[in-house]
Design a protein around this ligand. Structure first.
Ligand code: SF4
Length: 172
């Protein structure tokens, strides 16, 4: 089943997508702890009271404002990434498929003290369907896509896995 994580990884690295889809998960504990701390700093208790967790068709939205139909997605990065937008567009797609129309999403960046509203727009359904198609094509490949040295590799949880025996200086 396609999840928001698959859609996000499609935008960042096809190798990462394939590894994740094949059950190879190497999330650093420190990342998870850091994320929890960050969310904690933005009053987790208050959020938990105002929003509900929504699990639907393979997606899990941590902070959903059911009254106003708003998805809140907290990101720990210091820039808005295409992957984040694609991920919440996928969430909006799943909501519409389940009869929840007119929802919006807010990407929250506590590090930058910024928010970005993401709406469900004309053409988004075709876009999301193309993402789903591409995800299934990549994960059905029998072989893991080759290592492509990217600037994001250094922060990737698969770094050790991908770069075993490679030289760090080759990362662009
Ligand atoms: S380390 Fe780089 S190549 Fe490997 S999965 Fe992560 S982003 Fe992709």
């Amino acid at each position: 089943m396609v999840t928001g994580t698959h859609i996000a990884y499609l935008q960042t690295c096809h190798r990462k997508l394939w590894l994740f889809a094949h059950g190879i998960q190497m999330e650093h504990t420190s990342d998870i702890v850091a994320e929890g701390k960050l969310i904690g700093e933005t009053s987790y208790a208050d959020r938990a009271r105002k929003y509900t967790e929504l699990a639907l068709d393979g997606i899990k939205i941590d902070f959903y404002d059911a009254k106003n139909k708003v998805i809140h997605e907290v990101k720990k990065t210091d820039k808005v990434e295409k992957a984040h937008i694609a991920q919440v567009k996928y969430y909006l797609y799943v909501l519409t498929k389940n009869g929840i129309d007119g929802a919006t999403a807010i990407l929250e960046y506590p590090k930058m003290k910024q928010r970005q509203v993401v709406e469900w727009e004309e053409g988004d359904e075709a876009l999301v369907l193309s993402y789903i198609h591409e995800v299934s094509q990549i994960i059905q490949q029998p072989e893991c896509p080759p290592l492509v040295k990217l600037s994001i590799c250094k922060k990737c949880s698969y770094y050790d896995f991908c770069y075993a025996g490679e030289g760090d200086e080759l990362i662009g």
